[in-house]
Design a binder for this molecule. Structure first.
Ligand SMILES: *Cc1c(COP(=O)(O)O)cnc(C)c1O
Length: 376
């Protein structure tokens, strides 16, 4: 079987370095906020070109902590797309605020900036909720259109929180994924472009006051120490062992992003007449968390997926059900037809195996299998 991802191949390459780093932690014994955590934070800030990197317990907690630091809660509207993982909206509702969904651009699958402005205006006109923030999601590794989003956000005085869980390693011009907006949040879940061996995440920002608040919030709202509590926080730290693993992986990360881009290029060259290939606009480099293509119809997608499975090739569907149609959000009152593009894409999209160490042989086999299916 060719899996969607193969972390064992990466471990084989990095084993001696990662094992040594874990061993170091086991010996020094500073499992919570040990020296590796601080070293990683410095390296992440440098890598993304921001002043502060604050590591934390997961990508979800990164988003949660940022919204908490901004005091977002009941009566506030936070805009995002319905075509993302549940975390993006879960943190909004967890704090008592209301997610206001905005449809995606049909080419990039990221939030449509024009529809964002429309949604903000509509919310203001209705007068029930106060627009406070937007969470653009850099889906599959491609940064959102931050030039337009930031312009709109500053016009209406709302915060921009980049969900860079899938886009760490990406670029737009000279800027790196995670460095956009007022703050960027990323995830180190094992299957993300930069993953650890458990849960982990980070917030990236140039805002020093926000950074100080986040460092307090992730340790129970600490003041001068964790037994001096000045605000309601969470237990949201990154483990030292995970930081050590990430330091090992960061040393080869740029090369891995380059390899992902080579694989994506090969897929796109070979599959452009078979399926709708992902479109990467000018000046963007994707981190290729996923390589996702569109079939012509839900039936064709099913045919592709079943035949690929028969030929030993795994695929995945991100995402089957847009968030506005999830049971948990019934009370928000959305229905079928509210976000046509997200709904259409969710019925036709599927993702192919994508990882830096996918061999040329396997890649060729996947491509040829797709071509054969098309001819059936
Ligand atoms: C993975 C993911 C998250 C959550 O990250 P975790 O580390 O799993 O909590 C949030 N948003 C998006 C878009 C993701 O893909």
């Amino acid at each position: 079987m060719i899996q969607m991802n193969d972390l064992a191949l990466q471990y084989k390459r990095l084993k001696s370095d990662i094992d040594k780093r874990i061993d170091n932690v086991l010996n020094h014994g500073r499992f919570i906020m040990g020296p590796e955590v601080h070293e990683l934070e410095e390296k992440l800030a440098k890598y993304t070109g921001v002043k502060h990197a604050i590591t934390c317990s997961s990508g979800t907690d990164a988003l949660l902590l940022a919204l908490m630091a901004w005091g977002i809660g009941h009566g506030d509207a936070v805009f995002t797309t319905p075509f993302t993982f549940i975390s993006t909206s879960e943190v909004i509702t967890l704090l008592g605020a209301t997610p206001v969904f905005v449809d995606i651009d049909e080419r990039t699958y990221n939030i449509d900036p024009e529809l964002l402005e429309e949604a903000i205006r509509k919310t203001l006109n209705e007068g029930k909720l106060t627009p406070k923030a937007v969470i653009p999601v850099d889906l599959f590794g491609l940064p959102s259109d931050y030039e337009s989003i930031e312009k709109t956000a500053s016009k209406y005085n709302i915060k921009v929180l980049e969900d860079a869980a899938q886009s760490f390693g990406s670029r737009y011009k000279e800027k790196r994924g995670g460095s956009f907006g007022d703050a960027g949040c990323t995830s180190f879940f094992p299957a993300k472009p930069l993953g650890c061996y458990g849960d982990g995440g980070a917030i990236l920002t140039n805002d020093t006051i926000l950074s100080d608040n986040l460092k307090s919030l992730r340790v129970h709202g600490k003041g001068s120490n964790k037994y001096d509590n000045v605000r309601t926080g969470i237990n949201g730290r990154l483990d030292t062992i995970q930081a050590a693993i990430l330091l090992g992986k960061l040393s080869v990360f740029d090369e891995e992003i380059r390899l992902r881009n080579e694989i994506a290029k090969e897929y796109s060259n070979e599959l452009k007449d078979i399926v709708t290939i992902p479109e990467i606009p000018k000046d963007y480099i994707s981190a290729w968390a996923q390589y996702s293509v569109l079939a012509k119809s839900p039936e064709e997608r099913e045919r592709f997926i079943n035949h690929l499975e028969d030929k030993g090739i795994k695929t995945a569907i991100y995402y089957q059900k847009p968030l506005h149609l999830q049971e948990v959000y019934k009370k928000l009152g959305y229905g079928i037809g509210d976000f046509c593009i997200a709904e259409d894409i969710s019925k036709r999209i599927f993702s192919l195996p994508m990882y830096p160490y996918l061999s040329k042989d396997k890649l060729g086999y996947i491509i040829n299998t797709l071509k054969t299916i098309k001819e059936l």
